[in-house]
Design a protein around this ligand. Structure first.
Ligand code: R5P
Length: 302
């Protein structure tokens, strides 16, 4: 078996360091700089010849910069003679653009797959993909890592009497994730029907199931502008729900997300550290749980 070397991009160094600790490894040496015109520069200063290199990088904001950095690290690893190159993407960039809704649209999630492969990646490990359909874009191996295992013990501690709780899927796409939580916690599943009049706006058409007098756990794969969860939380309160907790794997938190969350009736947000939050993305309502162990396990078994 070839030596495993972990390299980190700049997007989520704390998670990369935690993964390395779990594996009793040190992060490999790499120099990443920005020129004054904002172009990025990458040089691997570790000897990676003949090694299996794992590149850990989240496709978080600024997504385009972080994406090009991943491609540059892959290219540098290949030129330095790495035997295998696995990109570990706790948060895959462009994951939501996995289909063309109107003619003339780019399928960006497929383009990302092509770019990773063309740069020299030999496999991919990704955290909770938006939909398993994304796997079909790859001809190299891709492992979709389920992250809910890290959430279940934390959510269990929130529940005092299962009869008073239900899980809410905020749209049809989140039913699979919500079912995992509903089964694990043994509480019923309710579905909200969401509609997007435009890309970043949300309306809730109806709620299928009874939430009156119940504490609710909304389950979603990501919080982006927080438009979805805030609109759903309001609709649930209007229907008599009590405390509202949100469990979401990826805290993208773009635009006015923090303001929306602060002003919402969501009591608590449990999310993961697939994305390293900036100082402007902090909120007392947010608790981040670590998924380092899950990724370390995936790397160990790869
Ligand atoms: C959509 O399909 C996803 O599961 C999330 O609901 C969505 O990405 C959340 O976006 P936002 O927070 O901007 O409403």
């Amino acid at each position: 078996m070839s030596t495993q070397i972990l390299l980190s991009g700049t997007s989520n160094k704390p998670l990369a360091q935690e993964i390395a600790q779990q594996l009793h490894l040190k992060l490999g040496k790499i120099e990443i700089k920005r020129f004054s015109d904002a172009e990025s520069f990458v040089r691997i200063t570790e000897d990676v010849a003949g090694a299996h290199v794992f590149i850990i990088q989240s496709g978080s904001q600024p997504a385009n910069e972080h994406l090009i950095e991943i491609l540059q690290i892959i290219d540098a690893a290949q030129r330095s003679g790495a035997e295998k190159i696995t990109t570990v993407l706790p948060f895959l960039p462009y994951r939501r653009q996995e289909r063309a809704i109107n003619t003339g649209e780019c399928i960006s999630a497929e383009l990302v797959a092509k770019l990773l492969e063309a740069s020299g990646a030999t496999s991919v490990i990704a955290g909770n993909l938006h939909t398993p359909h994304i796997e079909t874009f790859y001809s190299i191996s891709i492992t979709n890592i389920e992250l809910w295992d890290a959430f279940i013990p934390v959510l269990q501690k929130q529940i005092h009497n299962t009869e008073n709780y239900c899980v809410v899927a905020p749209d049809a796409g989140s039913v699979e994730d919500s079912s995992i939580i509903s089964k694990a916690l043994q509480i019923p599943l309710v579905l909200a029907e969401k509609h997007r009049p435009s890309h970043d706006t949300v309306q809730v058409k109806c709620v299928v199931g009874d939430v009156s007098g119940k504490n609710v756990i909304i389950v979603d794969d990501e919080i982006n502008t927080a438009g979805t969860v805030c609109a759903v939380a309001k609709a649930l309160t209007d229907q008599g729900a009590r405390d509202i907790i949100l469990a979401a794997t990826h805290p993208v938190l773009s635009g006015d997300a923090i303001k929306n969350i602060t002003n919402s009736n969501i009591k608590k947000i449990i999310t993961s550290n697939t994305i390293n939050l900036s100082s402007s993305q902090q909120s007392d309502k947010i608790t981040q749980i670590s998924v380092a162990q899950i990724f370390a396990e995936a790397i160990r078994n790869h």
